[in-house]
Write a protein that binds this ligand. Structure first.
Ligand SMILES: Nc1ncnc2c1ncn2[C@@H]1O[C@H](COP(=O)(O)OP(=O)(O)OP(=O)(O)O)[C@@H](O)[C@H]1O
Ligand SMILES: [Mg+2]
Length: 412
C-alpha cells in the first residue's frame, strides 16, 4: 500500500529552477554582488576548472605509490621545468628536505612520455569519460598501478598559474578522506594539461542509476552511498583548514568502487570557504556549478557558503531515491524539475509514488524513502539558514541507515 501520510514542507517557496538547460554547464561568469562581509577571492583560472579529484585520502592506493617516491607526509607541491623549459611537473615531495634539486626520477611517479605511451597518444580506446572540461583516460603506469588521467580541452587552456591557484591546489592536495578521490599530481607540457588522480573502477553514480550495467542499485546500497558522500562533504566543511566548499556535487561526480562505496570527485569548482574566525559568512564569487544542482540563493546573491553544497546534496538525494535526473525535459511540464515534482508528491502525502520504479515497494524501502526525502527537502530550503549542516545530514543518514537495516532484518 502506498503511504498516504501528509507532510508539510517548511522550507518556504519551491526551490528556484527557472533557467536551466539539461547539459552540465558552467553558468556564465557574473560579477560578484558587493557585500560588507565578503571575502572576495580571485576565481581560479580555467585550469582550475578542470582540475578534479584533487585529494590525498587515507585510502592506500592499489600497490602503486611507493612511500619513497610519493610520500604524503610532507604534502609539498613542487613545480619544476625540464631542461627544455617546456614541462612542468607537480607532485608531492619525498620529505627529504630537498627543494626542487632532486633529479626528476627521484620523486616523479609518472611522466608525459609514459602517459602518452600508455594511452597510445590518447587513443579513444583508453577513454573512460568525457566532461565539459576534458576527457578522462584509464592509464596503466609502468609500476603496474592504474590511475585516471584527465586531459584538459585545449581551448580551455590558460597560462595563468598564479600563486593563489597554486596555494589552492596545495590546500586541496592535503585533503585526506576515504570517500574522496585521491589526487596524485598534474603535468603541464606545452599546450597539454593533465591531471592524475586515483582510478575508481566502478563508474559513476548516474550510470548506475540508469542501470547501464543492467543491475539496479538496491536501497541499502543507495543509503550507503548517500552516507559516504555526506561524510566526505562534512569532512571538507568541518575538518579541513580552511574549510572547502565543493561546488559541484552531482551524480556524475560520485564514483563507485567495486564494493559500491562512494568517492567524491571533481573539485574543479572547489573554493575555500570563508574563515569564520574573521567574521566572514560567505565568499562572493562567480556562479559555477551544474544546472539542476545549483543553490538558488547562491544563484541570485553570488554568495557562496557551505550550505550551497548542502542544497546540491539535497538534489542528489532526490536523484538517488527517484532515479530521475534533476531536470528531465522529456517529461510533462509538472514533472520536469524533479525536486519540485517530488516535493509536491511528498506534501500531498503521495511520497511512495516518487520511489524509483526499479526499487521494490516494501516497508523498509518505504520508510527509508520517507525519512531521506524529509531530510532532502530540508537541504533544499530556499534560504541557507533553514538548511541543516552537512554534519547534521551525516548523523541523520546514519540513523536512517541503521533503522533500515534493523527493519530489513526483522522482516526477513
Ligand atoms: N578518477 C576517476 N576514476 C574513474 N572514472 C572517472 C574518474 N574521473 C572521472 N571518471 C569518469 O569520467 C566521467 C567524466 O568525468 P568529468 O569529471 O570529466 O566530467 P563530469 O563530472 O561527468 O562532468 P563535468 O563536465 O561537469 O566535469 C565521470 O563521470 C566518470 O564516469
Ligand atoms: Mg566530474
Amino acid at each position: 500500500m502506498p503511504s498516504r501520510r501528509r507532510h508539510s514542507y517548511t522550507g518556504g517557496s519551491s526551490p528556484a529552477t527557472s533557467s536551466y538547460s539539461t547539459t552540465s554547464t558552467t553558468l556564465p561568469d557574473r560579477s560578484p554582488a558587493p557585500s560588507s562581509t565578503t571575502t572576495d577571492r580571485q576565481a581560479p583560472n580555467s585550469l582550475a576548472r578542470w582540475i578534479s579529484g584533487i585529494f590525498i585520502n587515507c585510502f592506500t592506493p592499489p600497490g602503486s605509490v611507493s612511500s619513497k617516491s610519493f610520500n604524503d607526509s610532507e604534502h609539498d607541491i613542487r613545480s619544476r621545468r625540464s631542461s627544455t623549459g617546456s614541462v612542468q611537473k607537480h607532485y608531492y615531495g619525498n620529505g627529504n628536505g630537498n627543494n626542487g634539486n632532486e633529479t626528476e626520477n627521484q620523486n616523479q611517479r609518472f611522466s608525459f612520455d609514459e602517459i602518452y605511451a600508455a594511452t597510445k597518444n590518447f587513443s579513444p580506446s583508453f577513454r573512460i569519460g568525457q566532461g565539459g572540461f576534458g576527457t578522462v583516460y584509464k592509464v596503466k603506469l609502468r609500476d603496474g598501478s592504474t590511475v585516471a588521467v584527465k586531459r584538459a580541452k585545449k581551448s580551455l587552456h590558460d597560462d595563468r598559474q598564479g600563486a593563489e591557484f597554486m596555494s589552492e591546489i596545495k590546500t586541496l592536495a592535503q585533503v585526506t578522506h576515504l570517500s574522496l578521490v585521491k589526487y596524485y599530481g598534474y603535468l603541464v607540457h606545452n599546450d597539454e594539461k593533465l591531471l592524475v588522480v586515483e582510478y575508481v573502477p566502478n563508474g559513476n553514480l548516474r550510470d548506475h542509476l540508469d542501470c547501464k550495467d543492467g543491475k539496479t542499485l538496491d536501497m541499502a546500497t543507495r543509503l550507503d552511498i548517500a552516507t559516504d558522500v555526506a561524510h566526505a562533504i562534512t569532512y571538507l566543511h568541518m575538518y579541513t583548514q580552511p574549510p572547502i566548499i565543493h561546488r559541484d556535487i552531482k551524480s556524475s561526480n560520485i564514483l563507485l568502487t567495486d564494493n559500491f562505496r562512494a568517492k567524491v570527485a571533481d573539485f574543479g569548482f572547489a573554493r575555500l570557504a570563508p574563515d569564520s574566525e574573521s567574521g566572514a559568512t560567505h565568499v562572493s564569487t562567480q556562479v559555477k556549478g551544474t544546472a539542476g544542482y545549483l543553490d538558488p540563493e547562491y544563484l541570485t546573491t553570488y554568495q557562496l557558503t557551505e550550505k550551497s553544497d548542502v542544497y546540491s546534496f539535497g538534489v542528489l538525494l532526490v536523484e538517488l531515491l527517484t532515479g530521475r535526473r534533476p531536470i528531465e525535459l522529456h517529461r510533462e511540464q509538472k514533472e520536469r524539475i524533479t525536486i519540485r515534482w517530488a516535493i509536491k508528491k511528498f506534501t500531498s502525502g503521495d511520497t511512495i509514488s516518487v520511489l524509483d520504479p526499479k526499487l521494490e515497494r516494501n516497508p523498509s524501502n518505504n520508510l527509508a524513502l520517507e525519512k531521506v526525502l524529509e531530510m532532502a527537502f530540508q537541504c533544499l530550503a530556499p534560504h541557507r539558514g533553514s538548511r541543516p549542516s552537512m554534519k547534521k545530514c551525516s548523523e541523520i543518514l546514519w540513523g536512517i541507515r541503521k533503522d533500515y537495516r534493523e527493519l530489513l532484518n526483522t522482516s526477513l
